[in-house]
Design a protein around this ligand. Structure first.
Ligand code: COA
Ligand code: AMP
Length: 634
């Protein structure tokens, strides 16, 4: 799309979506062109590029080789935790992917079969994802920071034929063995995979189970490369589980056709990069940002993507990001504000930034959580490049709101992810599904149909898809975020409307944590809320009401609870604090007043809800919170 003005691009995308996305679809390789760009014959299910046939792996790799870019670097693996940097050209990466597709095919994996990938940030994770795409198999990547139980839940739902994993991950200096977690998950799961393929890393050798486990290297040596398998545009490419309001995660489905078209389009139009540019998303392949912007979009667009196995600080210092940017000549970077808060804390004056040549660096993109203006302005000031906050979700797969710098760069307003991206008809509505006045807070919703690249449904759960996202505000997709649109049309995303919290850019369900707390034998009742945290944005905090007659020390019970959450959900939950209280504040109908408790914890003003059963409990809650370092000023 030619550079033009944002407003006309946006309006055109809504007026004639078929024309808009059809034009974008022309840049993609199709074995068979689509019959219809948008099929709305089965509302509220919408399908994009119906009748088209393509292969996502072909579009990510082979297409560029066929177009003469085979020797260009596709992937830079930069791993400060193993002191390794390795590059792969498009041809080298394609050959590895084709061979691993051969490994999977030899295990009977074909079109539509599921493969779970539970891996650290190593190149084999990308290779496994793209190999699935090559075969038309459906991958489901599970973030390494989840515990065995969470992996088991996903195994049961996705029912994979094969699981691909590694012997270990590395968290700064700690080696985290993955294989025991995998074995435990398979033990817990009802569904059993036929085979596991394990990457053996030198820091930790995993014990392989004879007959079930294969060694990655040996399997690769014995395999023959496999060609790309054409799939329908509407066939699933992957399932990515994300937190819902209970412990049961939602399997967000991504299709092939709409995904290639939309993601390729975003690289130029949102991120402003051209084929050959170096693009770095410092996230994890286990999250949607990793799927979309470490793996698929940069490769669809012929960029060089960076896979970084490290942290913003501690690997080895707060200059890690600037080292990567200067060493690899990164043009655009994408990460979460929390990473910048971590850097800012260690290097408030940006001394490390001055040590590196960042002349190739043009734009920083932030997403994954609300971006506080302080962090945005700190980054702008010290880096001297535009800092673009953009808002999106696992469900949408790409930005709902962004400053689309490849179309027209709009002025930044700190605190706002700018305006809706083309195709995203964002509205603010009240509980009656009526649009509110500009400037008023309401539910942020997107008028249907959602554009291509977003989720067509939940895995094996069409009804849950409707119930969770489409029923409350008929005609719209419910983002479950609340916010407002200002007089200039800028969107402000303020908070979630459900019990999801955002910890260091990681999306977690407090409902899921409450299920774990409630399972403790001494706990009668519990609640988990998200409290403000300077570094991670939010942290979970638990309240426990003990069963009558429990005489054990509160501290012992809290320690057990903390361990239970770590064992059941995983270290990523960062659940470290809980407090024992005599009772929980509730409405007269018995609803726990989590929102009020959260305000007390954060030291914010709050109104005593009119429906509260016993207002005195709020004072008890404030005291308990002070005991664990919160509710200052309450
Ligand atoms: N495998 C195993 N354990 C993992 C893990 C993984 N892939 N990822 C995180 N963990 C562990 C951490 O080691 C930590 O364990 P601990 O409680 O024993 O210390 C725990 O999970 C919490 O991790 P995290 O919340 O990431 O905290 P951290 O202190 O390790 O790092 C930041 C904090 C801010 C540096 C880090 O979260 C970060 O870089 N975030 C920004 C980028 C990002 O990933 N965004 C996501 C979407 S864009
Ligand atoms: P996830 O599905 O893990 O990407 O989390 C999505 C949620 O993160 C959104 O619903 C928001 O609550 C939050 N989020 C993501 N990006 C932003 C942003 N730029 N501003 C505010 N909140 C954001």
């Amino acid at each position: 799309m030619a550079k033009g003005d944002y407003q006309s691009a946006f309006e055109r995308s809504l007026r004639d979506p078929a024309d808009f996305w059809g034009e974008a679809g022309e840049s993609v390789h199709w074995y068979k062109k689509w019959d219809k760009v948008l099929d709305d014959s089965n509302k509220p299910f919408y399908r994009w590029f119906v009748g088209g046939q393509l292969n996502s792996c072909y579009n990510a790799l082979d297409l560029h080789i066929d177009n003469g870019r085979g020797d260009q670097t596709a992937l830079i693996y930069d791993s400060p935790v193993t002191d390794k940097i390795k590059t792969f050209s498009y041809r080298q990466l394609r050959d590895k992917v084709a061979t691993f597709a051969g490994v999977l095919a030899a295990q009977g994996v074909g079109k539509g079969d599921r493969v779970i990938i539970y891996m650290p940030m190593v190149p084999q994770a990308l290779v496994a994802m793209l190999a699935c795409a090559r075969l038309g198999a459906v991958h489901s990547v599970v973030f390494g920071g989840f515990a065995a139980n969470e992996l088991a839940v996903r195994i049961n739902d996705a029912q994979p034929k094969v699981i691909v994993s590694a012997s270990c991950g590395i968290e700064v200096k700690r080696v985290i063995p993955y294989k025991p977690l995998l074995d435990e998950a398979i033990k817990l799961a009802r569904h059993k995979p036929q085979k596991c393929i394990i990457v053996q890393r030198p820091m930790e050798r995993a014990e392989l189970i004879l007959g079930r486990d294969l060694d990655w290297k040996e399997a690769m040596a014995a395999a023959r490369p496999h060609e790309c398998v054409p799939v329908a545009a509407t066939d699933p490419l992957y399932i990515l589980y994300t937190s819902g309001t209970t412990g049961e995660p939602k399997g967000v489905v991504r299709d092939n056709g709409g995904h290639v078209v939309a993601l390729k389009w975003t690289m130029k139009n949102i991120y402003g990069v051209d084929p050959g540019d170096i693009y770095w998303a410092a996230s994890d392949v286990g999250w949607v940002v990793g799927h979309s912007y470490i793996v698929y979009a940069p490769l669809f667009n012929g960029n060089t993507t960076v896979l970084y196995e490290g942290k913003p600080v501690g690997t080895p210092d707060a200059g890690a990001f600037w080292r990567v940017i200067s060493q690899h000549k990164v043009k655009a970077m994408f990460t979460a504000p929390t990473a910048f808060r971590a850097i800012k804390k260690e290097d408030p004056n940006g001394e490390f930034i001055k040590k590196y040549d960042l002349s190739a660096f043009k734009t920083l993109f932030l997403a994954g959580e609300r971006c506080d203006p302080d962090t945005l302005q700190w980054a702008e000031h010290h880096l001297g490049v535009p800092v673009i906050d953009h808002w999106w979700q696992t469900e949408t797969g790409w930005a709902i709101c962004a400053d689309c710098i490849g179309i027209e760069q709009l002025p930044v307003k700190p605190g706002s992810p700018t305006k809706p991206a083309p195709g995203m008809d964002v509205r603010v509505v009240d509980e009656q599904n009526q649009e509110v006045k500009r400037g008023s807070i309401g539910a942020l919703v997107i008028k249907l149909p959602l554009p291509p690249g977003t989720f067509p449904t939940l895995w094996n759960a069409d009804q849950r898809f409707i119930d969770s996202y489409l029923s409350e505000f008929p005609g719209y997709y419910k983002t479950a975020d609340a916010g407002y649109v200002d007089e200039d049309g800028y969107v402000f995303v303020m908070s979630r409307t459900d019990d999801i919290i955002n910890v260091a850019g990681h999306r977690l369900s407090t409902g899921g944590m409450e299920e774990v707390l409630a399972a403790h034998p001494d706990v009668a009742e519990c609640a988990v809320i998200g409290v403000n945290d300077e570094l991670k944005g939010q942290l979970p905090l638990g309240f426990l009401v003990l069963k009558a007659g429990v005489k054990r020390k509160d501290g012992d019970i809290v320690n057990e609870i903390v361990k239970m959450v770590r064992d059941k959900i995983g270290p990523v939950a960062a659940f470290k604090t809980a407090t024992v209280v005599a009772r929980l504040p509730k409405t007269r109908s018995g609803k726990i007043l989590r929102g009020t408790m959260q305000k007390i914890a954060d030291g914010q003003d709050y109104k005593v809800p009119a429906t509260i059963d016993d207002p005195a409990i709020l004072g008890e809650i404030a005291e308990a919170l002070k005991g664990v370092g919160y509710a200052k000023g309450a």
